[in-house]
Design a protein around this ligand. Structure first.
Ligand code: SF4
Length: 356
């Protein structure tokens, strides 16, 4: 393959892997409790470079439906197309998203179907309602219980680490790290749950999920000091910035409003910032680009509203938009949708127009 190639599976209605950010995504379609197959999404990817308009984030297009037993064939055919037509000269354009835009989606789909030896069926209907994790306790069809803990930016430290270590001594299931940087204590027998809940309370893990709607939907990449490409702080700074944005939200009674916010230390986009309703990507020490208008369930790219600015300018802009949102939002309107309707940013309908 010319470069990395990401594949993800998702079960609607929770788009908790950001399926539209994958090179190849499978959206599960079930009927009467039985998995029938998958809608196929191709061509997602976040990475871009500032000052290089030939690079841009792109959301995957859904091109059809395939039965469960065709999944490996679909993987094979799609990857063959990228293997044969992906850019092997310009590393900055070596991802599948650019191959699709260079050749055209219809051409790529026809090429995939030629290699499959059959046409994909029409995509089935489905609905996503968020791209965050369902936080807290859930029960599986088999009666086993699962508890998703909000772990801010994936940092398992201090008493959180202490508590998880103690829980691990009695927990017979698994621990799972989610694509949203959270942690699931998974596969718990109902009779074991009270003991785990006691330990969660003892170590304060039960309080993790009580964060604001903004914080529960936040994500930052590692950036400084771990990543050599970072130009600005990210995971060490976002919690403090959220404190300040939460203060603004609280004055408007929006503390529990779920809003996605993501930060990265450079434009490469490892925390999938270009899908968030509020996003910041590092430009230099304490300087960021600010983006607004992403889709709450991962269905729309955002758009830059401020370039290379510091915290004061970021908070000034957010103060204005949040106050306007609190005053004029329509029933159930999401923050990202409002930012577009109110004219703060234009809607980005295709990745190749992200930099326009
Ligand atoms: S997005 Fe963050 S983790 Fe990814 S390369 Fe940039 S600074 Fe590093």
């Amino acid at each position: 393959m010319p470069r990395k190639f990401k594949i993800g599976f998702v079960i609607p209605p929770i788009n908790d892997i950001d399926v539209y950010a994958q090179d190849l995504g499978f959206i599960a379609i079930a009927a009467n409790g039985k998995l029938e197959g998958f809608n196929i999404a191709i061509g997602g990817g976040m990475g871009r470079t500032d000052q290089a308009p030939k690079t841009y984030p792109r959301l995957a297009d859904v091109i059809g439906f395939a039965d469960v037993d065709k999944v490996l064939q679909v993987c094979d055919a799609v990857m063959q197309v990228q293997r044969d037509y992906g850019d092997r000269v310009d590393r900055g354009r070596a991802r599948f998203k650019y191959t699709i835009d260079d050749k055209g989606l219809d051409w790529i789909k026809a090429e995939i179907e030629a290699r499959l030896g059959f046409s994909l069926a029409a995509a089935r209907s489905y609905e996503f309602i968020s791209n965050g994790d369902p936080i807290g306790w859930t029960r599986g069809e088999d009666g086993r219980e699962h508890c998703t803990l909000f772990i801010e930016n994936g940092r398992v430290i201090g008493t959180v680490m202490d508590g998880l270590r103690v829980i691990a001594r009695i927990h017979e299931g698994t621990f799972r790290i989610t694509p949203n940087q959270n942690l699931i204590i998974a596969d718990i027998a109902p009779e074991v749950r009270p003991g785990i809940e006691r330990l969660m309370k003892k170590f304060g893990l039960d309080r993790l999920n009580g964060a604001s709607g903004l914080r529960l939907n936040s994500m930052a990449c590692v950036a400084l000091p771990t990543c050599g490409l970072a130009m600005a702080e990210s995971e060490r700074y976002l919690p403090d910035l959220i404190d300040r944005i939460d203060t603004i939200l609280a004055t408007h009674g929006l503390t529990d409003e779920p809003i996605t916010v993501r930060m990265t230390g450079c434009p490469n986009g490892c925390a999938r910032p270009y899908i968030a309703e509020i996003a910041l990507t590092g430009r230099g020490p304490s300087k960021y680009n600010l983006y607004l208008g992403g889709g709450f369930h991962g269905q729309r790219l955002n758009k830059m509203v401020l370039e290379n600015v510091g915290e004061a300018a970021i908070l000034d802009m957010l103060r204005k938009v949040i106050a306007h949102f609190a005053r004029d939002r329509q029933s159930h309107e999401r923050f990202g949708d409002f930012a577009i309707r109110a004219g703060y940013v234009a809607e980005v309908k295709e990745g190749r127009h992200f930099n326009d």
